[in-house]
Each structure stands twice: as C-alpha cells, then as structure tokens.
Design a protein around this ligand. Sequence first.
Ligand code: SF4
Length: 407
Amino acid sequence: MESVVPLPQPIGAIEIPLHLSVTRLAAAGPCLLRAVAPLSELPERPSGPRAEFGRLAHTLTELAVSGRLGSNCIPGDAAEAFDHLLAKTALLLSRSEDTRRYADLRVAFTKWEWEKRRYLAVTAAEEAVKRRPLADRANSARHRPAPLTLARFLERKLQTAAEVPFESSTLRIRGRLDLVDRETLRDVRISDLKSGRVADSDGGLNEETALQLRLYGLAALELAPDRRVSLRVLSRDGESFASFGDAEIQATSQWLGVITSRLPAGMHVEAEDIAVIGRQCKGCELRPVCPAYRNAVSALWKSPANPWELPLDTAGTVLAREKRYSKYVTLKIADLAGRTVKIHQMYSETVCTSAPPQTLWFFDLASIEARMHKTGWRHPQNFHEVAMTPHEITAWTLRVFVDAAQG
Ligand code: SF4
C-alpha cells in the first residue's frame, strides 16, 4: 500500500559530472537532463518485481562466472540455484510492507513469461559455468576472486568475468558489464542481460540497447585496440547481437563526442535548459522532480494525438472517492488538463477527500486504455492500481504525492 508524501521540489541548477553513466546516456535519447541529473535526492520508489527479477538473474550469472555455485549453501546446479535465490528474495521482500505484495515474484508474470525468463536466466548461468576453465572451477569453491575491472580482465587474458566495472576518463563514460568472454585470443564478447524486451517494432534490436552495447564496445576498444569486440544481449526475446563494425564504431564515437562537448565537466546548468520532453520520458525515474515534465503534462494529456507514448501518470484534484469491495477505492479526479479521470482498484485508504482540495500526483499507474491510436497517443482517462482481470497488470511501483504548493 503506497502512502502519500509531499511532492518534492523540481530540480534546479546541477553540476555536470566528469563521467557519464552508459545506461543513462543510452536511455536518455535527446534529453541531457536524464543523462546527468544526480539521482541521490530522488524520492524513494519500490523496486517492483521486474527489477527484482533482473537483480536475481544478475546475481545468478555472477555466481556462475565467479565459480561460487556449489559453495556457501548455494546449490551447484544453476536451476536449483535460481530457486534458492528466488526463495531468499521472497524472504527479503516479505519483510517490508512496501514490497510484501510481490515477495513471490511470479505474481507479476504470466506463466509463459515466467518460464521463459527463468529458462534464459538459468541458461545464461549454465553457459557461464561451461566457459570457466576446469582449473578455475576446481579452485573456485575455496575462494571468492577479487572484483575485476575491464582493464584487468583484458590484461590478464581471462576466459570470462561478470559484473565488470570500467571508467574511461578519455571517453568520459563509466559502467558495469554484465558478462565479458574471451572467445579467442583476439575476440572479446560483451553480453548484457535484460529482463525486459529489447526488440523494436520491426523486430530488430532497439536503439537504446544497441547504443548501450556500442558504448561498452568503445570502452573495451580504448583499452585493447587490437581486439575484435562483439556485442550480445540476452533477454526475454532470446539472444540478439548489435553490429559493431568500423561504421558503428565511428558513428558511436562521433555521437559521444557531440554529447560530451555539450556537457563540459564541472559546468553548472539549469535542469530545465537541458531537459527535452519526448518518448524518453516513459521510464524516466526523474519525472516527479523534472521541471520540464511537470510543466508539460497538462498540454500533453489534453492532446488527442501525441506522437509518442506518454508515461502512465496523472495529477489533479479529487472530486469523489468511492469505496469498492472491502479493500479498494475508486478516485474520480479533475486532472491538470481539465479532464475527468478515474483511478480504479486503489489500495490506498490515505487519499481522503475530507481534507481541503489538494493536487495529487500519481506516477506509474496502469491502464487498459494505454495504447497508440491511428492519430497518435491519447492519454487514458481510466487507470488502475491492482489488476483484477488477466488483461490488466498491477501498478507495482505506483507513487502518490501531494502538491502542497497548489493547494
Ligand atoms: S522526465 Fe523527460 S524531460 Fe524530464 S528528465 Fe526525464 S526524459 Fe528528460
């Protein structure tokens, strides 16, 4: 059950950091604010079952690569180790009221989706075990190797490593590679594990994932220019590859050069000056504190034909609150665009209309009306929190804020 907390102040001036995170750069599209804003002061949000699954899959791969399956009470078999980690995750999540509802991660997936994700996570771990040299496998149960940087991995000509950090002051990027393999003396393969979809509408690898992998590739080539680097992603879509020939290397280097020249390290900028509204707002964790997004939503929600999908957020004053069944309420709201919207099946008892009229903000709702129309995106007028039918999904990471300034 989410609670209502005050809406934080929007971000003001920020200082551009020296190193830019590859995952944030790749997800940011044209919005430089999404790439560089500090995350330290973001309001807390529940991780959600999908992110927890991603974490579990990463841990399993890391255990497999570092040879720790079969030690410290962790089963040696990858499938059994998955179930062991799943049980541990359930125990941990069940301790907090915020996460108890998805302590059993399976509640957030269809049976088919769950089986596929589990299969991919276990297969990635089994593959990692097979790639470890026998001598390493014999030693691994006795000690945990120190974490490796990408530079050390490439220098030492190791076979495989997981969770490999890197930081390049020349390229001004940093990140962590899920998996690196030495396929031959010259060939290095970088793999990224994704818990969501990575295919674009044409079935190819989406731009964001391809860019992320290519930036990783640049970091590897900077350290070892004589290597051939291949880029792979393992996801619920299976195994996909990002091309990384001369043309892609040159285009990615040029793109990065343009971005870093627009973001000199140490420069102070107003957040609003580098924020760009667009498809990249969906999934952006800065939305509750982004001045551009908060200013833009009323016009976006009013338009019947937005060119891209909007995040499933709403804000406005509560007109009515109906109690449905024993646990749920439906809120009727006058949104900031002047429309009447409803939020169904809400757990919260805390949104109370007996208080003076207040502007409430809801981030990360769900809606069965959420789809592109022929003319473009029409923002839904019916949302929900808890799924009641097989066609609905639960808004596991919903956050609700009260905007005291708007009264
Ligand atoms: S909400 Fe949109 S405009 Fe704001 S930082 Fe995120 S991507 Fe940029």
